[in-house]
Design a protein around this ligand. Structure first.
Ligand SMILES: [Zn+2]
Length: 44
């Protein structure tokens, strides 16, 4: 079951919301610069 979370690109600083599935590692790329240095931002 997918959840929404905020992600931030460490390379260009772009922040965006995407879905992720807990427990399932996923390779992410920044939609702006295509870097894979994307981290999920803590919420709540
Ligand atoms: Zn980026």
């Amino acid at each position: 079951m997918a959840e929404e979370a905020k992600f931030k690109c460490l390379r260009c600083g772009h922040e965006y919301t995407d879905t992720y599935t807990p427990g399932v590692p996923q390779e992410r790329t920044c939609p702006k610069c295509t870097s894979n240095s994307v981290r999920r931002m803590k919420e709540k």
